[in-house]
Design a protein around this ligand. Sequence first.
Ligand SMILES: Nc1ncnc2c1ncn2[C@@H]1O[C@H](COP(=O)(O)OP(=O)(O)OP(=O)(O)O)[C@@H](O)[C@H]1O
Length: 273
Amino acid sequence: MTFLLQHISTRHIGATRSSFALRDLSLSIQQGEQVALIGPSGAGKTSLLHTLACALKPEQGEIQLFGNDPWRIASAERHAMRARLFLAPQTPPLPPRQRVVNAVLAGALPQWSAWQAIRSLIKPLEVDAAYQALMPFNLQDKLYARVDRLSGGERQRCGMARALVSKAEAFLVDEPLSALDPTLALQTLNVLQQEAQKRQATLVCSLHQVELARANFSRVIALRDGRIVFDAASKDISDAMIAALYQNGNDDDYVNLENEIDKLAIIDPMPRC
Ligand SMILES: Nc1ncnc2c1ncn2[C@@H]1O[C@H](COP(=O)(O)OP(=O)(O)OP(=O)(O)O)[C@@H](O)[C@H]1O
């Protein structure tokens, strides 16, 4: 099992005492599984991805990654554990003046020594690996382009190409398609999913494109207000469930929303609170 979360509650630094980004959340994700995260803005998708990536420490609950609690091991071991994960933030952290080749090869940094990393900045190592990683995204011609001369969608795909040069066993990808047209969005998602399948890596991907999530992932986890509203096989998710998930409302309406979801016959593999 790759990820096991039990009764996790998470709060961001600086958030008020009662503002939990994740609340009493339990789930398990197996090695090689591909899971989509959906839910309205502020639902906690990014917070969950950061928690899985050991970038955000839970305040309560138990977390296990690759069989270990990352917050009960030495920081060097936690660092090694992070190297087995690839976290792609919503906005890829690409230095504007950097060449695409270096930006992509940054995905290999966890496998490199400090000396290799410095050398690569002067004369890129593994240029062919960067080229091969850009090819499925149709960006190979941009190998030596400056990052700040890429369009938003090209930058986003350049960020995804990093995943391909990494040796990660899990891809944690936050809204990778937000700057892409529908055709490119589907192509990009297919590349990520095929790569994950090829290396039996786990893929957890947050998406605002609900239909893409339902059509391309066999399991979908829906979040709202930091809680799992449903965790179900795509085939069991109805339009009514999606409508209820995204209906306007505030915290006070949450109980009504849960009742609405509960009325629907859904498979929920993990206990919900
Ligand atoms: N750095 C932060 N400091 C304080 N609170 C934060 C921080 N980042 C997120 N939050 C809060 O945590 C909650 C969950 O946010 P999160 O970014 O995880 O949601 P999301 O589902 O990814 O939203 P979106 O779809 O808009 O990206 C929100 O209430 C948000 O305001």
